[in-house]
Write a new protein. Structure first.
Ligand SMILES: NC(=O)c1ccc[n+]([C@@H]2O[C@H](COP(=O)([O-])OP(=O)(O)OC[C@H]3O[C@@H](n4cnc5c(N)ncnc54)[C@H](O)[C@@H]3O)[C@@H](O)[C@H]2O)c1
Length: 376
């Protein structure tokens, strides 16, 4: 899109959130006007480092500033829902890191409010802009994979030692990284036509240590779910773990299809595998180098798909900010605010992706009963 218009963005939460500052600063259609976090000393360190003058320790004060068009929320998980609602009520466009919220009620309220106020809402799901996902999606859209027969997502991460809202969190309350690619691959982001999940069956497996259980009353080490997709015969399976499970960090996504199947790497540093039907058995699997999709971005932010991040942050280990997704996310959000394309995922789609996990945990607590996913 060729326009000189700039969206005036504020970033809230400066742990993970700080990684987006240089991207907005470099984007031709953005102006990073303000930052917000509660700790004043740390706020000033960040403001000085990036040369940002407007600094807020109070989110409510930030929302009163008429010079801010859009907020990008990267606060702790329990704040996502309440801060999103406040920001939409204040007339701001909202980008929010995952998950959208942690209760059905909050999610329903966000979708209704977003419709009422007409501002953009986008959940900043990294996986659906990672180069591995974009590669699989491109192969599918070009007809290389053939008919999709099954989808599988997995997100395993050891959250011991992470901030206080993590210990004991039901694994499926943070499931968007494995749910979203399964639904996004069947969607059309350009038109906003999104595949949605309809119902889910989930089992809880194993047990985390006793001191972690009471906060959320969730004992499961692993939650594993299958879900049905509206208007499709394809079923997706997703697996999550957060505590007391030996596994290197894994965010993975597999597409099993009729001609060519895609499997994300199993161990960090490996390349993904394509399985090609019709070849001699030993030639069916082939490791592939995933291309970079930086060419889809405005030139000044293309460099941010590379490994540029602070080595103290986990995303560095994941290679270029979650598969190079961060500049794609910022760009998509800005283009949605400017009306050039739909937000992907928009509010109803973000709701569905998040609700799969919330309903999956509900299913696990009911011994694996099927739970219908509400449509808002
Ligand atoms: N791949 C991904 O999509 C991905 C990766 C990492 C983190 N995240 C998400 O980003 C969020 C932040 O993660 P993190 O690791 O940076 O957490 P963190 O706890 O280290 O940082 C949270 C930040 O939010 C600020 N904050 C807390 N409460 C606030 C409030 N009321 N108002 C304004 N600022 C407030 C804190 O000062 C801090 O800067 C989490 O929700 C996490 O799920 C997503």
């Amino acid at each position: 899109m060729v326009t000189e218009k700039k969206v005036r963005v504020a970033i809230v939460g400066l742990g993970f959130g700080a990684e987006f500052i240089p991207i907005y600063q470099a984007h031709p259609n953005a102006e990073l006007v303000a930052i917000c976090r509660r700790d004043k000393a740390e706020l000033n360190v960040c403001g000085d480092k990036f040369g940002i003058e407007k600094r807020f320790t109070d989110f409510d004060e930030l929302l009163k500033d008429p010079d801010i068009d859009a907020v990008h929320i990267n606060s702790p998980i329990p704040d996502h829902g309440p801060q999103t609602l406040k920001a939409l009520k204040a007339g701001k466009h909202v980008a929010c890191t995952v998950p959208m919220a942690t209760s059905k009620e909050q999610i329903q309220e966000i979708v209704a409010l977003q419709r009422a106020v007409g501002k953009v809402y986008m959940m900043m799901e990294t996986v659906v802009y990672s180069r591995e996902y974009l590669f699989a999606k491109d192969l599918y859209d070009r007809g290389v994979l053939g008919r999709i027969q099954f989808l599988r997502g997995s997100h395993q991460q050891d959250m011991d030692g992470w901030p206080n809202y993590w210990p004991g969190l039901p694994p499926m309350w943070y499931a968007t990284h494995c749910v979203s690619p399964c639904l996004a691959v069947l969607s059309d982001p350009a038109t906003g036509n999104a595949a949605l999940a309809e119902s889910v069956v989930c089992h809880g497996s194993g047990r985390i240590r006793e001191d972690l259980i009471p906060k959320y009353n969730s004992p499961y080490a692993i939650e594993t779910a299958t879900f049905k997709i509206v208007g499709s015969d394809v079923v997706a399976e997703v697996t999550r773990s957060l505590f007391d499970t030996a596994r290197q960090y894994r965010e993975s996504f597999d597409v099993t299809a009729s001609n060519v199947s895609f499997e994300w790497q199993q161990v960090e540093g490996e390349d993904p595998v394509l399985h090609m039907r019709g070849l001699p058995e030993s030639q069916i699997p082939r490791r592939v180098k995933v291309p970079d999709f930086a060419g889809r971005l405005p030139e000044p932010i293309r460099k941010f798909t590379g490994a540029i991040h602070d080595a103290t942050h986990l995303s560095f280990l994941q290679g270029g900010g979650h598969g190079g997704s961060h500049p794609h996310l910022a760009h998509n959000f800005l283009m949605a605010v400017l009306g050039a394309q739909p937000a992907f995922p928009d509010a109803p789609t973000s709701a569905n992706w998040t609700l799969v996990g919330i309903c999956a945990h509900e299913s696990a607590t009911k011994g694996g009963d099927r739970v219908a996913i509400p449509a808002y």
